[in-house]
Design a binder for this molecule. Structure first.
Ligand code: HEM
Length: 503
């Protein structure tokens, strides 16, 4: 397998004696080892690394069928506890939220020094995390802030519809992932620094997409340095190199905006119009943040917000194309509702229960962060009578929870109807559906993300019918986020409705 390739055999062999010795000594001396959760037998040195595979969420889901809802694996020296049911997730994210909300930062994140300054990776007990989290919530994601950017989202989604319309006139397929990435990129870049960073069909957007995806992969791909930190300097899988390359491109762009705004602010006759200020204006005024902190905060928002959202849209479209009856039902509901002025408006979404159910069903089957971000135990914790030892990595297998037959009827079928008339939501209270996590580290971008996915979906379904020449494949690829292995290309056909003349 990829992560234990031939060039690792020699160092593994040399280290084996040392590790067998220290592991045996640890097991003998530790009275806690008897109560660790059950798990598959470990090989010397590598532990269970060989059982991770390219799609870890699937491998872990399979193993948990044998070892249960709380399971222990060992990756090199790293104890890892994986939970796979709503009840066990509740224990991690609610009962023991405080002790388990630190992060276990991968080596690639350490290599760019992101763990000390990032809202996504810093220790939540630090004043730094509290400051960054407060800034994100108050300046970006509060209900008032999200409402204030409604017109922007409408405008950017209209641009997506116009682009798709041009493709339909040329009878050309649309790469759903790339197109929706450009839309999300422009929404987020306008919220952050009032600029469009992407344009449809251009290399520029593709470059951003590659950088974000590269960063995600470098953080999420198995890496020996995560399990044997003293191997970090060798960067055997090249994850640190890739992370540096991808993030440096983004930092360069951010630096340009920071310098321009700083220069503008220093002009004597440059009165700031508060109503036009963006996120960068707000954080440049924070005395406690220097330019390095600001660059890393912008990086968090970029990496966490763009690809997760556009991938969700792509999965939703892939499921609808595979389930034409569901697609027809969603379109019928939209057509019936939006008949006044022919333009989709964001508030209309609250009147579309079936569309909302389609979005929830997409999150259930395709949570784009299938293991959440890795947590770390700050102290020993007991879950269901098992010990989660201090410093263990804790993963919540949201993907497995979404497909658990004890929780969901016909779990592998795409059936939005299951949510109709039910109160279940993705907001972190219903542990059977937690694509954004829960507890103090729940995704702060949730309100914005749900609005972006819903608005893009409703607009694409309202204005177009969709053709897909073959079977839609649902293969996945993993790298912190879950993507379609093969990008979805579908051909839009403009609907004949007289209400759509404006297109
Ligand atoms: C469909 C879209 C999205 C999904 C599925 C998603 C999912 C997640 C998940 C699972 C986490 C980790 C939660 C945990 O550890 O319990 C997270 C964290 C985070 N997300 Fe999102 N996210 C999405 C969109 C966004 C957007 C649009 C933004 C911002 C523009 C954003 C910003 C963040 C940040 C800053 C964190 C780190 C929070 C912390 O550790 O304190 N996300 N997201």
């Amino acid at each position: 397998m990829e992560i234990v390739s031939e060039n690792l055999l020699l160092p593994c062999f040399i280290l084996s004696c040392f590790f067998i010795f220290t592991t045996v000594r640890f097991l003998r001396s530790s009275p806690r080892s008897a109560t660790l959760p059950p798990g598959p037998p470990c090989l010397p040195i590598i532990g269970n690394i060989h059982q991770v595979g390219k799609l870890p969420h699937r491998s872990f889901a399979n193993l948990s069928k044998t070892y249960g809802p709380i399971m222990r694996l060992k990756f090199g020296r790293l104890n890892t506890v994986i939970v796979s049911t709503p009840e066990a997730a509740r224990e991690v994210l609610r009962t023991h939220d405080q002790a388990l909300s630190s992060r276990n930062s991968p080596n690639s994140i350490l290599s760019i020094n992101h763990h000390n300054v990032s809202v996504a990776w810093t220790d939540p007990s630090s004043p730094r995390w509290r400051l960054l989290r407060r800034l994100s919530v108050t300046q970006l994601f509060s209900p008032q802030r999200v409402e204030a950017t409604k017109a922007l989202r409408m405008k950017k989604v209209q641009e997506l519809v116009s682009f798709v319309n041009e493709c339909s006139e040329r009878e050309e397929a649309v790469d759903i992932s790339r197109a929706s990435f450009t839309t999300v990129l422009n929404i987020i870049s306008n919220i952050l620094f009032s600029v469009d960073l992407g344009s449809y069909g251009s290399e520029k957007s593709a470059g951003f997409h590659d950088s974000v995806l590269g960063g995600m992969e470098a953080a999420g791909r198995p890496d020996l340095a995560n399990f044997f930190p003293f191997l970090a300097f060798l960067d055997l899988q090249g994850n640190s190199k890739k992370m540096k390359l991808c993030t440096e491109r983004l930092f360069k762009v951010f630096r340009g905006f920071i310098d321009t705004k700083t220069a503008e602010k220093s002009l004597p006759n440059n009165p700031k119009d508060a109503s036009n200020s963006d996120f960068l204006d707000a954080i440049l005024d924070e005395a406690e943040l220097d330019n390095n902190d600001i660059e890393h905060l912008l990086l968090d928002m970029f990496i966490a917000g763009t690809d997760t959202t556009s991938s969700t849209l792509e999965w939703a479209m892939a499921e609808l194309l595979s389930n034409p009856e569901t697609m027809a039902k969603a379109q019928a509901e939209i057509e019936c509702m939006i008949c006044q002025n022919g333009l989709v408006q964001e508030p209309d979404i609250s009147e579309l229960p079936y569309l909302q159910a389609v979005v929830k069903e997409t999150f259930r089957l395709h949570p784009t962060v299938p293991l959440l971000l890795p947590r770390k135990a700050e102290t020993d914790v007991q879950i269901f009578g098992y010990l989660v030892p201090k410093d263990a990595q804790v993963l919540v297998n949201v993907w497995a929870i979404g497909r658990d037959p004890n929780v969901w009827e016909n779990p592998s079928r795409f059936e939005p109807e299951r949510f109709l008339g039910e109160d279940i939501d993705v907001k972190g209270k219903d542990y059977e559906l937690i694509p954004f996590g829960a507890g103090r580290r729940i995704c702060p971008g949730l309100p914005l993300a749900v609005k972006m996915v819903s608005l893009m979906l409703v607009s694409l379904l309202y204005a177009f019918d969709w053709k897909f020449p073959n079977m839609v494949d649902m293969d996945e690829t993993f790298g912190i986020t879950l993507h379609k292995a093969k990008p979805l290309h579908a051909v839009p056909v403009k609907k004949k409705s007289p209400l759509l003349k404006h297109l």
